[in-house]
Design a protein around this ligand. Sequence first.
Ligand SMILES: [Zn+2]
Length: 68
Amino acid sequence: MRMSTMEILCCPVCRGSLSLAVTEKTVLEDGEDDIVEGTLTCTACSVDYPIREGIPNLLTPGLECREE
Ligand SMILES: [Zn+2]
């Protein structure tokens, strides 16, 4: 998961913003960090979402934050 993907992710429960704790990452050819293993935590409701093998598991469909 690219670091820039963080910008479009939000908590599927409350639409709050997510903080990222990185366990393992690589650096892509363009210099951007690619998160391999880690945890996304909602800053509003404190729900944790694991990132495994580069895939953030937010458990519900619709990963894009539609909040204006
Ligand atoms: Zn939340």
